[in-house]
Design a protein around this ligand. Structure first.
Ligand code: ATP
Length: 652
């Protein structure tokens, strides 16, 4: 039998052990998925017969509650059908005794055959009603299942968009999302499983009522046949679940490799770097480990099922012996014995259904738990800030701000003071990894500081309604979205301004996206989604022009641009930077750039180094005064020096 050591028995590697591919000559850190599965281990501890017994009613309740939320009429109809079906099952069984008695009498005296007709008719009617109700129940379940699934998905998506941005940096968040997603997938099965469970229970109760009336002594024996199989089923579930946990990291690895091997973004490098055999070997190695663990679990489960079936079979033999004993000693008549046989068969079916559908429902319930916890608290990351609604910000500032990414060993930002006012352009420069993008995330309220305060017109971003704050924010991130929508939608993002297309065209003109749109086959109507939808493909630079147009179209008081021109040709870049001053008239503009000549247009330049602000000043001041900005500026100019001239590199 399986027990707590099931994982170890499966031979799977435990956290901390190698999950690499075993290639020789490799050193360094092993790629391991950082999240161990959180409360899933706790869940394995819950997989005991007693806990399941108390959980099933709650799971059924939850299924019907979710169904109730999407279609009350169908739920009422379903419950009525179930009830009537159960009653007609019991009625049919009781009618069996009479019908059998009459038939046995008619066998001895054919003239009495007519007396069997009424009870046979009741039998037939009960069977007919059950059959019709079965179809109705099926139809209602089919109606409810997709609606439940869609509702579950909607709630999950809503929860995901209401999570803190920092959630994505928590190792567990994406995993919890995946699990919740699995919950959505299986939610459609939940109502069918619940109603089959209830129906099996109704069948069992009807049969038990009949057996209690005719031969109560058989009832404990009946239970005895069911218990070993039920226990075996629970143990089997536990083994399967533990092997699922044990293969967690390798299954993650398989997913990651599958994505990398097939995704378009890497497809060119997979080929030119001849990387495929190496990645495929990793895939095969992880796959082999998963298979090995699953094989062991399957073997364990087979052993447990065999034991359960053998014990159940023994109990069944006892029970049938009991029926023969009762009949042989004249304690029940032939008609009652016949009915008991029917009832026992029906009870066995009911029990089997309870065990089978019960364990299916438990499995579904586990995923639904994950779904529920995600929906309720977005994996602990639900946006939970103040409700103050900011106006167009006139002053955005950081006061002694520190920021540490979740699970990071050290702070990314240290004691940062920073400000930008409406009408001002502030450029932020610094070497890679100095914290510029992180600073942008804090300014735009995407992340909250772990120390200090980020204030919009004196109010901490913690106290502001985040959605209202983002309505006042326009951001061009380094990695901007390429929405599979029309060019127009890609600029107005479903939030057209009163001027309609006029405003869209003006924003496009400011970023050079007007030239892109002019060349599209249907102008602003053109679908920008080549891969799936037959639309038009844009180059990286053309997309970047659209992304900048998107930000300028927004009527937001804070404009944050993180490397907005990295892919642009000089003409487009020139257009954007010369237009920035006009944009800044009623906005606070923050610009991150590595191209230091672009910082000439800024009112102030903030220089960052290893998470600290190390210099501030105008372009003129910073490029003439010794310091990081001047060093970087001279390095950038160095490429223009003729061969052999190295004076610029000295930085003097
Ligand atoms: N999601 C994250 N989780 C943990 N650490 C992060 C995360 N994002 C960034 N960091 C760390 O924060 C530091 C600063 O990153 P950031 O992206 O802010 O730098 P940057 O100045 O914008 O760099 P670049 O010029 O390359 O764009 C880096 O050292 C990086 O390791």
């Amino acid at each position: 039998m399986a027990d707590e050591t099931a994982v170890a028995d499966t031979g799977a590697e435990q956290p901390g052990e190698s999950s690499g591919t075993g290639e020789s000559g490799e050193s360094g850190e092993e790629l391991r998925f950082a999240y161990s599965g959180g409360d899933s281990e706790e869940w394995a501890g819950d997989l005991t017969g007693r806990r399941l017994g108390s959980r099933l009613p709650r799971l059924v309740g939850r299924s019907f509650a979710l169904a109730w939320a999407v279609d009350r009429g169908a739920v009422v109809a379903l419950l009525v059908c179930q009830l009537v079906s159960g009653l007609s099952g019991a009625l049919g069984l009781f009618a069996t005794t009479r019908a059998l008695g009459a038939l046995i009498g008619a066998a001895q005296n054919p003239g009495h055959l007519g007396s069997a007709v009424p009870s046979v008719l009741v039998l037939a009617a009960a069977a007919g009603v059950r059959a019709v109700l079965g179809v109705a129940i099926q139809g209602l379940s089919n109606r409810l299942a997709p609606r439940i699934s869609r509702e579950a998905e909607f709630r999950m998506l809503e929860a995901a968009t209401n999570a803190e941005m920092a959630a994505y940096d928590h190792p567990g968040f994406n995993d919890r999302y995946d699990k919740a997603d699995r919950g959505v997938e299986v939610s459609r099965d939940m109502i069918g499983q619940s109603q089959n469970l209830v129906s099996s229970l109704a069948t069992l109760v009807a049969a038990a009522v009949v057996i209690t009336a005719l031969a109560p002594v058989l009832l404990p024996l009946l239970l005895l046949t069911a218990v070993p199989q039920a226990l075996a089923s629970v143990k089997g579930e536990r083994i399967t679940y533990l092997s699922f946990l044990a293969t967690f990291h390798d299954r993650r690895m398989l997913n990651m490799l599958r994505w990398n091997l097939t995704h378009k973004d890497q497809a060119d490098q997979i080929r030119t770097d001849t990387l495929a055999p190496y990645l495929l070997a990793k895939y095969r190695a992880s796959g082999t480990k998963v298979d090995r663990t699953n094989d062991r679990a399957a073997w364990q489960r087979a052993r447990v099922t065999l034991l359960g079936s053998a014990a159940g079979g023994l109990a069944a033999a006892l029970m049938w012996g009991g029926v023969m004993f009762l009949l042989g000693t004249g304690r029940i008549g032939a008609a009652s014995a016949g009915t008991v046989v029917f009832a026992l068969r029906s009870a066995a079916q009911g029990l089997q259904g309870i065990v089978g559908y019960g364990s299916d429902l438990m499995r579904t319930g586990r995923y639904m738990d994950d779904w529920e916890s995600f929906v309720e608290e977005a994996a602990g990351q639900r946006l939970d800030r103040g409700a103050l609604v900011p106006g167009r910000p006139r002053h955005v500032a950081l006061h002694r701000v520190g920021y540490r990414y979740p699970e990071a060993d050290e702070d990314t930002l240290h004691e940062v003071d920073f400000e930008v006012r409406q009408g001002e352009i502030v450029a932020v420069v610094g070497e890679n990894g100095s914290g510029k993008t992180t600073l942008m995330k804090l300014l735009s309220g995407l992340n909250l500081p772990t120390e200090g305060v980020v204030a919009w017109d004196g109010v901490s971003t913690r106290d502001l309604d985040p959605h209202a704050l983002w309505r006042q924010t326009a951001v061009v991130p380094q990695e901007f979205a390429r929405w599979p929508m029309s060019a127009r939608e890609n600029i107005h993002l479903g939030q057209p301004r009163p001027g309609g297309d006029e405003e869209v065209r003006r924003a496009a003109a400011a970023s050079g996206a007007d030239d892109v749109v002019a060349r599209l086959r249907s102008g602003l109507d053109t679908l920008l989604a080549r891969e799936w939808w037959g639309g038009v493909a844009l180059s990286s630079g053309q997309w970047q022009r659209i992304a900048v147009a998107r930000a300028t179209h927004r009527d937001a008081g804070l404009l944050v641009m993180d490397e907005p021109t990295s892919d642009l040709d000089p003409r487009a870049e020139h257009r954007i930077f010369t237009g920035l001053r006009r944009l800044a008239e009623d906005r606070a503009v923050v610009l991150v750039t590595h191209n230091l000549s672009n910082t000439v247009i800024a009112d102030r330049i903030v220089v960052m180094d290893r998470g600290r602000v190390v210099q501030q000043g105008s372009f003129q001041e910073l490029t003439t005064r010794p310091g990081l900005m001047r060093d970087l500026w001279l390095l950038q100019q160095d490429r223009s020096a003729p061969p052999g001239v190295d004076g610029a590199l000295r930085g003097d």
